[in-house]
Design a protein around this ligand. Structure first.
Ligand code: DC
Length: 228
């Protein structure tokens, strides 16, 4: 069976990773969460007090960062390792979410991440989600999906996810963080979030997970059957 590249871009907390994981599992493809790379780099910068407003400091720090995705048979998904430490869960903290958009806007950081992302897609058979995957990382991907959902729906979903770990969190904090990230991510100079011209729009405001999965799998199967 012909393997393709599937890219899923869109706003924060639209459910990109949920859909990407389900599609990768159904197709037997590799799932890569590109946002996890920017989050892990942010974690490294914070832990090591890297002043990311200085290019030379960023360049020096990047030399000491090794990122790897490892499949976890228990969670049945790939998890990110920063210098051999599993950081898949710690990078989901709001502390990281508050800084990650600034770090992801740095050219040197993006060059580092994009180079590795392209390498991971060289044999195709990959579902990657992020902000610039269909526009910059794999502009020739066979299937590009751009996801969106109403703001209130996205805030509610992310709040439900984070409150489990942080019972003091308020819905206002989550809303402010999502709005700030969406603004920075879509207005930065380097590779801003935007819908690729040939991306298919998936608005899941009124869709169940099952409905959105079926819709996306129909698109994927069509592309797999028609791509040369
Ligand atoms: O998908 P996420 O929320 O885990 O992504 C975290 C941040 O990383 C997001 O605010 C923007 C940035 N990001 C990016 O700039 N490019 C990507 N391909 C993926 C994420």
């Amino acid at each position: 069976m012909k393997k393709i590249i599937i890219t899923i871009d869109g706003w924060s907390a639209c459910g990109k990773s949920t859909l990407a994981k389900q599609m990768a599992k159904a197709l037997g493809y590799l799932y890569i969460d590109s946002g996890a790379m920017y989050r892990a780099i942010t974690l490294y910068f914070l832990r090591n007090h890297v002043d990311w407003t200085h290019t030379r400091e960023v360049e020096k720090a990047m030399e000491n960062i090794n990122l790897q995705f490892v499949f976890n048979p228990v969670s049945k998904s790939t998890e990110i390792y920063l210098n051999d430490e599993n950081v898949e869960y710690v990078i989901r903290d709001l502390v990281i979410a508050e800084k990650v958009s600034d770090v992801a806007a740095i050219k040197e950081v993006r060059d580092f991440a994009v180079k590795q992302q392209r390498k991971m897609g060289k044999d195709k058979g990959i579902v990657m989600d992020g902000r610039d995957i269909g526009t910059v990382v794999f502009p020739r991907a066979e299937l590009k999906i751009f996801m969106t959902a109403d703001n209130s729906v996205r805030v509610g979903r992310r709040f439900k996810e984070l409150i489990v770990k942080n019972p003091n969190l308020t819905i206002e904090e989550v809303k402010t963080n999502l709005e700030m990230r969406d603004y920075i991510d879509s207005n930065r100079k380097v590779s801003p979030l935007k819908k690729a011209k040939d991306a298919l729009l998936l608005d899941n405001t009124n869709l169940t997970e099952k409905e959105q999965f079926e819709m996306a799998m129909n698109w994927a199967n069509e592309k797999i059957n028609t791509s040369a």
